[in-house]
Design a protein around this ligand. Structure first.
Ligand code: FE2
Length: 377
């Protein structure tokens, strides 16, 4: 019998389908485990007992595994966890190996349709749960616009093929600093244009088109307006889809506003951010659905596995009524935050600098830190 599950099944368990007596056991070393491990409401109990502990002192290791109805075992690539699963099962524990380990988890994407089938267009959220990256496919009449694609192009290509879509264009809402963008490569592959605002493309070696005022998709039963919202970056752009959905990039996030300190000009950019939030986004219908570029935790997803918020609620939370209070609060949080060291290198790669597959993996370790609130630890 095969005592293992694939990564999509594991994602569903994390989303809330596992029983209360379920444990996730990380068989990697403590340092790797602390840095980054899967999380979700479906498996509330987490334990870290490494493969080497099982090899060196099996009884000692076993005594550190919590009692549970089911124990899902994960490691870097799924091999050490297979060994640990075998040991646990020999000792009568109900252990199940997570196939492919963290490597598969980092590459896993789930795709959720956000709007009803009565609409003449479809909008999908592409969730990469391991990093909390959210990207989007907006489709109409057999053509798709892909926004903020991750570097795992197959996720989008396979989805397009399955749904009879041609990728007509890709865009990045801004120059990402926390994860590697796949938008340019996806465009090249599809023979489509890649769009990034000029302000964020300084020094870019990529073949790129400027951000248009509006995207035309398919028979244009859909209107995708681009709204410049500088602050998180100077070229940050939000996309307003049919006046109902706002793909907000990192300008507005479930837990707050995007950090304005990435360019080391926090004072100046905080003012831009204020104008973008109160002026540009504040003029939109408060009922507009905000679709951010990141989620900070599994708890921010709904029962469908999607993450969306209402514009009015997020703007109320951003406390933009008083400009001085907003600026002061942002500056306080900025002063307590630092940028992860990898961000400078990630930005260079996202502008076209070459990177090896191994280095790309290293650069992407860990959850994103694009929101101001999550940068304050
Ligand atoms: Fe960002």
């Amino acid at each position: 019998m095969n005592h293992s599950i694939d990564i999509a099944h594991f994602d569903r368990l994390l989303q809330g389908n596992a029983g209360p007596g379920t444990v996730l056991l990380d068989a990697r070393d403590a340092e790797d485990s602390q840095q980054w491990h899967p999380e979700g409401p479906g498996i509330p109990t987490f334990a870290n007992v490494s493969y080497s502990e099982f090899v060196e002192d099996e009884n000692g290791a076993l005594s550190r595994v919590p009692e549970a109805d089911s124990i899902y075992v994960i490691c870097a690539r799924g091999r050490s966890s297979q060994y640990v699963t075998g040991v646990l099962r020999q000792r009568g524990r109900n252990a199940i190996n997570v196939d492919g380990g963290m490597l598969a988890w980092a590459a896993h994407h789930r795709i959720v349709r956000l709007n009803g089938s009565e609409d003449a267009f479809a909008i999908y959220q592409v969730v990469r749960p391991a990093k909390g990256c959210l990207s989007y496919v907006v489709a109409s009449d057999g053509e798709a616009l892909v926004v903020d694609a991750t570097r795992y192009g197959d996720a989008y290509r396979e989805f397009a093929v399955r749904n009879g879509l041609r990728i007509g264009a890709t865009a990045d809402t801004h120059l990402h600093a926390d994860h590697l963008s796949g938008s340019s490569a996806l465009s090249q592959d599809a023979g489509a244009g890649y769009h990034l605002a000029d302000e964020d493309a300084q020094g870019s070696a990529l073949s790129r088109d400027p951000m248009p005022k509006q995207f035309e998709i398919g028979s244009a039963k859909i209107r995708v307006l681009t709204l410049p919202v500088p602050g998180h970056t100077l070229g940050s752009t939000a996309l307003l889809v049919n006046d109902r959905y706002l793909i907000s990039g990192d300008t507005l996030l479930p837990e707050g506003v995007g950090r304005p300190d990435l360019g080391n000009k926090a004072r100046e950019w905080t003012q831009f951010l204020y104008e973008s939030l109160s002026g540009v986004l504040g003029r939109l219908d408060p009922q507009t659905t905000v679709l951010p570029a990141h989620a900070a935790s599994a708890a921010q997803f709904d029962a469908r596995g999607a993450c969306e918020r209402t514009l009015g609620t997020l703007l109320a939370g951003a406390a933009i009524a008083d400009r001085d209070a907003f600026v002061e609060s942002v500056e306080q949080r900025v002063s307590r935050s630092s940028q992860p060291a990898a961000y400078a290198e990630i930005r260079k790669v996202n502008l076209g600098a070459p990177v090896s597959a191994e280095r790309a993996e290293e650069l992407e370790v860990g959850m994103n830190k694009c929101a101001l609130s999550s940068a304050t630890a």
